[in-house]
Design a protein around this ligand. Structure first.
Ligand code: HEM
Length: 178
């Protein structure tokens, strides 16, 4: 076999193999295609309040649902609390929306996780047990929890959530990817 034949073999065998190998490699790690503008490039205006950077370290004080009720905005001398998935937030800074007779007073002084997940302001939905929510509504609920965590001080946790709500949390912790 002379050098020319060897060279031809190389062309016929190695080049396609190299091409296929390259395609295989690239398909496994496609170059990221930017779908949105970098966040700091184009600040978006939101009707929602901005996250705060002056929050106090979270507290872990125990609250029963009955105790939580005292902080429903009906007594102006007391703070207003909203619980989400058992985390109690002090929303007094937004008495204009959570105070008595205001749009979101339905969530004050209680854990209304299910209603938040369902985007519902109905009294019967503002309950702690969200175990029958579908995945999409659970995501909405988790987004609200994250929203509140960035904007309100955590003052404690509810200690007597209904068993089904607590079970839902335990399941989520057991398999966090679900
Ligand atoms: C026509 C329908 C709705 C409109 C026009 C509306 C409008 C608004 C506006 C303007 C804000 C900002 C309020 C502020 O920061 O002062 C807000 C916040 C909020 N909305 Fe709605 N909303 C609607 C429906 C709902 C529903 C169905 C829910 C039920 C879950 C909901 C839950 C909330 C919550 C929890 C906040 C956050 C308030 C905070 O803590 O900053 N909204 N909404």
């Amino acid at each position: 076999m002379d050098y020319l034949t060897l060279f031809q073999y190389a062309l016929v065998l190695i080049l396609p193999a190299a091409y296929l190998a390259r395609r295989y490699y690239l398909s496994g790690s496609p170059a990221p295609i930017p779908t949105t503008a970098p966040v700091d490039e184009k600040p978006t205006k939101s009707i929602m309040q901005a996250p705060r950077d002056d929050l106090a370290p979270p507290k872990d004080d125990p609250f029963t649902l009955a105790q939580l009720k005292e902080f429903d905005g009906s007594d102006p001398s007391k703070p207003i609390y909203v619980s989400i998935k058992g985390t109690v937030f002090d929303v007094s800074s937004k008495a204009d929306v959570y105070g008595l007779g205001r749009s979101y007073n339905i969530f004050a002084g209680k854990d209304g996780s299910k209603g938040l997940g369902m985007s519902s302001l109905k009294e019967e939905h503002a309950v702690p047990d969200y175990s029958d929510l579908n995945d999409a509504d659970r995501k909405v609920l988790d987004d609200w929890h994250a929203f509140f965590t960035k904007r309100y001080n955590i003052v404690g946790r509810v200690t007597d959530l209904p068993v089904s709500a607590v079970k839902t949390e335990a399941e989520a912790e057991a398999s966090p990817s679900l």
